[in-house]
Design a protein around this ligand. Structure first.
Ligand code: FAD
Length: 427
């Protein structure tokens, strides 16, 4: 573990009548959470030669409940960091399943497949990698010259004193204090930072409940490794996914918008079990397969609920900032993009040695503008009729031109992976 000694001072701390030495670490920037959003913030700060601390409650590799689908926004961010990572460390890496197509399952009889021609040198449509691997892959790239990465360090509270943050954490069962000019809240959906800021409010219309279960031996995959999505009848704004992984394994799960879960009194675990054991559209695929764990649930905070993503001495990124695409459930790409953008704003703050709210003006514009069209679509569907969304997808998928349009859209999408992400901080 790298704690650069110049950061460290020791304070006397009295506890249970015993005098102990409680370390206080001083830093300009402290990132709380080292998931994709926090790790990306750190990687881009290091690229700008900015020293910082990044803490995470977990020790890596650690699991994160997810569908494990890594979209091309992720490749775009990594390409901007270093093009060698994608080409030399991801595409040929067996921990990343390259997917060259998608299937929309409507019923047992109606299953629509969309394939893309594999082309040398081109990126696949999607990649699938267990988060235990992918997140560890990202933190292994943290640069020890600029980043003090403190794993196993759980932040318990933050408070503001004399324009600085006092972060109280527990590390190896010992208390630890970090004093920082600014913090980056990257601690995910159950964010302690958000709670301490009084900002963790959940609006069920902009939040989804979802669960995941790893399986081995599901039948019916093909060499294209299609991303499969099943739209069960009468379940609006919900889908069940089957995403292929290495070693004959798959990530299977389902998710649904929380207000509809409540309105229809849905028990997600029961529903999931029913679909994979009884639904004629997919149950036969699981007949000879083995579950590798019990289903595990987690939440998805949608970008359709805008949060106060910056303030005096802080920025939020990823799930802590509520950045999940509401129509697809993707949060890794938007989280990493927010990390890249946050690093630009932090660099400006450090250059001016100012950490007040106004130095972060336009941060919210830069992160939300990339999610605007998805949010608009979601809000429109919710306003008209949630049933409409699945129906439109079903109708679209069934038309003769959908395959052609899919290929066209996919090609355009694949070209974006090499496009730089530009951040405009000016008014
Ligand atoms: C069931 C499900 C399926 C999903 N499927 C997909 C998908 O296929 N593709 C996709 O793109 N997105 C998917 N998502 C969304 C995606 O998982 C999240 O958007 C993404 O993980 C957000 O990254 P993050 O870095 O913001 O947060 P996280 O990945 O949650 O990382 C937060 C980090 O903060 C740490 N932390 C938490 N509290 C503290 C604390 N107090 N002190 C210190 N550290 C702390 C945690 O240990 C963790 O490492 C899915 C989500 C769910 C629930």
């Amino acid at each position: 573990m790298n704690i650069h000694l110049p950061h460290l001072i020791f304070n006397a701390h009295i506890s249970c009548n015993t005098r102990m030495l409680q370390p206080t670490i001083q830093t300009k920037v402290c990132i709380i959470g080292a998931g994709p959003a926090g790790a990306t913030t750190s990687l881009f700060l290091s690229k700008k030669n900015i020293r910082h601390i990044i803490v995470d409650a977990a020790s890596f590799p650690r699991d994160k409940v997810c569908g494990d689908a890594i979209d091309l926004k992720v490749m775009r961010v990594l390409n901007q960091l270093d093009p060698n990572i994608v080409q030399n460390e991801i595409i040929q890496n067996n921990h990343f399943t390259n997917s060259w197509g998608a299937s929309v399952i409507i019923s047992k009889k109606k299953q629509l497949h969309f394939d893309i021609d594999k082309q040398d040198g081109s990126l696949p449509f999607f990649l699938v990698s267990k988060r235990a691997y992918f997140d560890n892959f990202l933190v292994s790239k943290l640069d020890p010259v600029y980043a003090d990465f403190m794993q196993g360090t759980a932040v318990k509270s933050i408070r503001r004193e004399n324009n600085k943050w006092i972060i109280t954490a527990i590390r190896n069962n010992e208390p630890l204090t970090i004093k920082a000019d600014m913090i980056v809240g990257a601690d995910g959906d159950h964010s302690t930072v958000l709670r301490c800021l009084g900002e963790r409010k959940i609006d069920r219309a902009h939040y989804a409940g979802a669960l995941r279960q790893y399986w081995k031996g599901i039948s019916g995959f093909n060499e294209q490794n299609r991303m499969e999505v099943y739209l069960p009848k009468s379940l609006p704004l919900a889908y069940l996914w089957i995403f292929p992984l290495a070693n004959d394994e798959a990530n299977v799960g389902c998710g649904l918008v929380s207000d509809l879960i409540k309105k229809n009194s849905i028990d997600l675990k029961k529903l999931f079990h029913q679909l994979i054991t009884e639904d004629p559209a997919i149950a036969h695929r699981f007949a000879g397969a083995t579950p590798l764990e019990k289903p595990i649930g987690w939440g998805l905070p949608f970008a359709s609920q805008q949060r106060n993503v910056y303030g005096d001495g802080y920025l939020l990124v990823g799930d802590a900032a509520s950045l999940v695409c509401p129509t697809t459930g993707e949060g890794i790409g938007p989280g990493m993009i927010s990390g890249l953008i946050a690093a630009e704003f932090i660099a400006r703050a450090i250059e001016h040695d100012r950490f007040d709210k106004s130095i972060f003006t336009n941060y919210d514009r830069e992160i939300y503008k990339r999610l605007r069209s998805d949010v608009r679509k979601y809000k429109l569907v919710k306003k008209l009729s949630p049933m409409l969304y699945n129906s439109v997808i079903k109708i679209w998928a069934s038309t003769g031109v959908s395959g052609y349009l899919f290929k066209l859209g996919a090609k355009k999408w694949m070209r974006t992976a090499s496009k730089p992400i530009e951040v405009d901080m000016d008014d």
